[in-house]
Design a protein around this ligand. Sequence first.
Ligand code: ZN
Ligand code: ZN
Length: 141
Amino acid sequence: MKYKQELEEKEQARILVLEEKTLTRIARENASTRLSSLQQELEMEHKLVMDRKARLMQQLSDLKISSAHLLDYGISKGESSQNFIEKIPDHRRCTICFQNEVSILFIPCAHQVVCFDCSGSMGDSCPSCQVQIAKKYVVYN
Ligand SMILES: [Zn+2]
Ligand SMILES: [Zn+2]
């Protein structure tokens, strides 16, 4: 009787150990499944981040290009408006092209309102007072 009981106890102990081992194995499998799914998630996340980074880098370089363009535009604009301010005062600017300094004197009205370039392409009357121009003189300032 006692021997049989011992045997049963041993058998139960063996079953317990087996169960524990099985549980451990399941837990380990679960853990490794969880781990690999986490790794997959991580990889996905990483890929998304990399994609996002690539997109942002692209946007950044686009912005850099357009801001460089803006900067160029600003500089050239600033320079030309500086030219207007410093080199050609309003009353000395050609009334046709609004860019060059006036350099032509009309006879008989004595107006100086156009530059040399525009004097060639304009009509026969002064753009300021509409008087018929008899002569054009180049003037130097
Ligand atoms: Zn002009
Ligand atoms: Zn005139």
